[in-house]
Design a protein around this ligand. Sequence first.
Ligand SMILES: C[S@@+](CC[C@H](N)C(=O)[O-])C[C@H]1O[C@@H](n2cnc3c(N)ncnc32)[C@H](O)[C@@H]1O
Length: 278
Amino acid sequence: MSENVRTETVTDHRWHTPEEYDEATGRLQQRNAALVARLHPDPDSVRRAYEVGCGTGALTEELAHVLPKARITALDVSDDMLRLARNRGLAPDRVEFRLGSFLEDDHTTDGRNVSAAEDGGYDAVFSNAALHWLHPHYTEGFARIRRLLAPGGLLCAAAAGRTAAADAFDHRIEEATRGVLPNGDGSSFNRRRLTAADVVDLADAAGLAVDDVFVVERRRTLPAPAYATWWVASGGPWSADRPEAHEAVRVLTEALGGARTEVELVHVSTCMVLRRPA
Ligand SMILES: C[S@@+](CC[C@H](N)C(=O)[O-])C[C@H]1O[C@@H](n2cnc3c(N)ncnc32)[C@H](O)[C@@H]1O
């Protein structure tokens, strides 16, 4: 993991549209969002919550139900994704969507600059399927999360996880796409993956205690075109140099063996509950 601190705002999301993202990833992300929203052991105690990488708002909607007393600030770097999140019509007096990069954005509940703030004052920070996009700036990202949390506050999150099956799956995609999709090989995603041990190390470096860390592996068999759509829709801010999404789906489908091929998707999440010591 790099110690470098680099800030960037990624706004070019033509790799996928938010509608395609919801269509392709819906069932898996919905299950993970429901899981992450319920990681907090005492939801009634949460008055101020922050969400990193809310996307189209699947987790935000769960949080609005599970945290009835909380004001929720939900951040995403993509205004396209936020457009769909805002369309959910979640309690506007309690839920605020913000556009910005977590690595640049400075938030506290009272508007102070978080990098200068001792205490961001949030009772909990939540995130589903977004923390791995902080790669290679994990050290900075987890330090920011600590600063956002009030003493005793919890990070409840799931990020892309690593298991032997996930590595084998990434390798297969890497082989299938090598030379046919620029910057789109599986390895570029693989290096983002976090093991439970990585999370323990990051928590340690950030001064967070580990209340819980565990890995969830889900498998689903999909026709190659559905898998290709999912892969492209989940691509996120990888690279500016890439084909249009529909072309990437076509190329990847062919590379996997054609439209009649079945692909076993391995979806791994490393889930964590980390605590800022009181
Ligand atoms: C795979 S989506 C997950 C969205 C949502 N949490 C869900 O469960 O469906 C990852 C999201 O993280 C956002 N993201 C990536 N890097 C980010 C950053 N540095 N700051 C804020 N959001 C970021 C992307 O725009 C995208 O919407």
